[in-house]
Design a protein around this ligand. Structure first.
Ligand SMILES: *Cc1c(COP(=O)(O)O)cnc(C)c1O
Length: 427
């Protein structure tokens, strides 16, 4: 049996130790030796087997092609970062001036350029602050403005955001009490007015971002609520900073603030297309109070997030924005080209029409015309477990690779992945 120290001198494994760390390389060596001990491979195959067992990337997370047709897939990390944001993250990875003014050499406001970029994009906000995610933004607002007091909220807006997380539970965990008003389907401004009193911390409006209630419904507008004389906090969820022509029903920060919201909370990694973070936008005095609250320190974002957020706000359109506005005819053209090329290799591939969705807590009920490459069902598992994992969608016994969330420059990669998956898919 080849010894571990000898194997570590194999140039390929020595190079890998520099790239991935010795622990990772030793684990691969141990696995290869175990295979030889149990007779699975001859001892002379151990070095090659250890090399083959090395992971491709230093971390456990692998890049994946999102061909699900769900633009913001929670299980795939929601919004993919733009090239500009990726470069900004790399630039900030080492020591960086996140909290230092290089000209004067004195301490400066943490993340000031990212915050300035955010303020610039939302002129209606007197103050801006960034925390770890949308839930953290709500927790900070509830703790700072309503602990020991009441949050007035419609029964139609007591939502679960996913994976068992319920906003009402989250709010109550801060020490605030919920004052429920109205009904599941109808709540009027008068319902809120009747509940407001000396104990009111704020009125909360939550965008039901992952379901729709239709029929005999009514909700009070932000403007009506702002007239009631207490702060109105609006959780818009998806992070649109201004109205989006393609998503007329989706709330946005600018509209909510102009209507009189004291604070708007949102996620950074949904329709804004940035890194995971939570945005707090609104009245200057309230935002300052939140940013100075002791809890703010526990929710603060790291330099990588600030770098990615700023580049998302100032740079070219993020992949999510591009995917949202992709032309269905162009998607169909790409699907045709891919299907033709793959059929030429004898694979049962067809271009089909498809319906994509926003997903991830945005634009519920909206479908986006899309196109997909349809393959036999066994390709789904084969593609997921291939060297370049591709996640498609199963529909009517076929594996669909929906192209709306796939950047056009990844088409070649996608075609190669399908060809590589063929033996495992069996046809
Ligand atoms: C997504 C969402 C949240 C939670 O935001 P995270 O960034 O996932 O913490 C809260 N409220 C609404 C309306 C949402 O859509």
């Amino acid at each position: 049996m080849p010894r571990t120290d000898a194997l570590l001198r194999d140039p390929r494994l020595a190079a890998a130790a520099g790239r991935l760390g010795e622990r990772v390389v030793k684990a691969a060596i141990r696995q290869a030796q175990d295979r030889a001990r149990s007779g699975g491979i001859p001892p002379e195959r151990v070095p090659d087997t250890a090399v083959a067992l090395l992971p491709a990337t230093p971390g456990g997370l692998r890049p994946v092609i999102n061909a699900t047709g769900v633009l913001l897939h929670t299980n795939l990390g929601r919004a993919p970062l733009s090239e500009a944001a990726r470069q900004a993250v790399a630039a900030a990875a080492g020591p960086t001036d996140v909290e230092l003014d290089l000209a004067s050499g004195v301490r400066a406001r943490r993340g000031r350029s990212a915050l300035a970029a955010l303020a610039d994009r939302v002129p209606a906000a007197g103050g801006v602050h960034v925390v770890n995610n949308g839930a953290a933004a709500l927790i900070l607002a509830a703790t700072a403005l309503a602990a020991g007091k009441e949050i007035v909220i419609s029964r139609g807006e007591m939502v679960e955001i996913g994976d068992g997380f319920r906003l009402p539970d989250l709010l109550v965990s801060t020490g605030a009490r919920l004052r429920e008003v109205g009904t599941t389907n109808r709540t009027s401004a008068a319902d809120y007015a009747a509940a407001i009193g000396p104990d009111t911390g704020f009125v909360l409006k939550v965008h039901p971002s992952n379901f729709r209630v239709t029929g005999f419904t009514r909700a009070a507008g932000t403007g009506e609520l702002a007239a009631l004389g207490v702060p109105v906090v609006v959780d818009i969820g998806s992070g649109l900073l201004a109205p989006h022509p393609g998503l007329p029903e989706e709330p946005d920060a600018d509209t909510a603030l102009r209507a009189g919201a004291a604070l708007v909370t949102a996620s950074g990694d949904k329709l804004l297309g940035g890194p995971q973070c939570g945005l707090l936008l609104g009245r200057e005095d309230l935002v300052r109070e939140l940013a100075r609250h002791p809890l703010a320190r526990a929710l603060r974002v790291d330099k990588l997030t600030l770098a990615a957020l700023e580049a998302t706000l100032t740079g070219p359109p993020a992949p999510t924005a591009t995917a949202l506005t992709a032309d269905p005819a162009a998607l169909r053209h790409r699907a045709d080209r891919l299907a033709t090329a793959l059929s030429g290799d004898g694979i049962d591939a067809r271009a089909v029409e498809s319906a994509a969705t926003v997903g991830g807590g945005g634009a519920p009920g909206v479908t986006l015309d899309s196109a997909a490459v349809s393959l036999p069902e066994p390709y789904a598992a084969a593609l997921r477990t291939g060297p370049v994992p591709v996640v498609g969608r199963l529909e009517a016994g076929r594996c669909l690779l929906d192209l709306r969330a796939v950047p056009p420059e990844d088409d070649t990669w996608l075609a190669d992945a399908v060809r590589a998956a063929r033996p495992a898919a069996g046809r």
